[in-house]
Design a protein around this ligand. Sequence first.
Ligand SMILES: NC(=O)C1=CN([C@@H]2O[C@H](COP(=O)(O)OP(=O)(O)OC[C@H]3O[C@@H](n4cnc5c(N)ncnc54)[C@H](OP(=O)(O)O)[C@@H]3O)[C@@H](O)[C@H]2O)C=CC1
Ligand SMILES: O=C1OC[C@@H](O)[C@H](O)[C@H]1O
Length: 355
Amino acid sequence: MSQSHLSANIRWGIIGTGNISTLFVKDLVIAQNHSSTPVRHVIEAVATSSLNKGSKFLETTETTQQNPKIYTKQEDLYADTLIDIVYVGLPHSMHKGACLNAIAAGKHVLCEKPMAINAKEVDKIVALASQKKVFVMEAVWTRFLPVIRELRTLIHEEMVIGKVSRMFCDFSCDMRALPSTSRIKDRNLGGGALLDLGIYPLTLSNLILDGQVGEKALQSEISSRMTVVDGVDHSVAIVVSYPSKQCLGILTASLETTTEREFCRIEGSKGVIVLSGPMAAKPTSIKIQRYNNTADEVREFEHPGNGFYFEANSVASCILAGKLESDVMPLAETRRIASIMDEVRKTGGVVYPQD
Ligand SMILES: NC(=O)C1=CN([C@@H]2O[C@H](COP(=O)(O)OP(=O)(O)OC[C@H]3O[C@@H](n4cnc5c(N)ncnc54)[C@H](OP(=O)(O)O)[C@@H]3O)[C@@H](O)[C@H]2O)C=CC1
Ligand SMILES: O=C1OC[C@@H](O)[C@H](O)[C@H]1O
């Protein structure tokens, strides 16, 4: 397919060759065939614990032909002057260090969620990014999906279900078989349901109940409970309420069961919207049930790959425009969600070494 629409290169350095880095880079490759892709995404280098893992990663992601360098020391990737932006795909406890090192080297950063273990760490990253004048964003890719843009229009502009009063959202994955040493369960790696999964229902409650992000977001009140195993939460339940809008969200996440495809129900004065998909991070369908109409309306959102390129393209456009943060996922929103998660953990009794 022709790539004549691509006017600039964005050269990525990928840190970590695990699950999400693989999916993300595969999507960057897919993005090259989309006429809406504003840049050519180049995988310039990858940093990994072993050369062998690096080679396998390049094969799996079909980036071998781009001839990326494989570094076995992250410092070498940060020092590579050909890299524009570092993508951090590491366990949670390693995000802060990787972000600070990349920023100190003058790189832009896209860091997997959560940007850091707590709001205090987020503040350090934001302060250094502001000093070094680089773009930084937490990779909450869900916010960039077309299904979310449509959902927000339906709820906040067209008000198809009237005034929203309540929503339920769950993100649970049965991870009982994982050992306690896995990044999902190990307290020293920032494990736990809230930071790994609960961040998505919190994100959706912001998008559905509020609609404004970051500094413009409305004041909310939080109550919560957790079940804790080996120092990390295996289940969490949060009630987020907006007194000024008379609405509330009941949000849950768990490592001990798996959510049904219909993972989110939004109730309004004129009807109900049900979101479904393989997981709360990736809604693929919106069902509208109007109280005055017997026929449901279903809108499906299918696209190749996972759809990480919507996020990556937006990041590339910000960088080309010289922006230091995204309007869709601004740093104040990362900070706001991080402090809510701090509050929920404080009530639930989950304390990380970084707190
Ligand atoms: N946006 C999304 O949809 C998703 C986001 N995520 C987020 O991505 C990040 C990584 O998650 P995921 O890819 O699932 O994790 P993986 O365990 O699959 O990969 C993490 C990688 O980090 C490196 N690493 C370095 N030290 C360790 C360690 N002690 N334990 C494990 N890995 C280590 C390894 O890469 P190497 O050996 O190459 O150095 C490893 O492959 C997390 O922040 C997670 O929340 C995860 C899944 C989906
Ligand atoms: O989307 C996701 O699904 C599985 C989780 O472990 C992961 O961290 C999360 O982001």
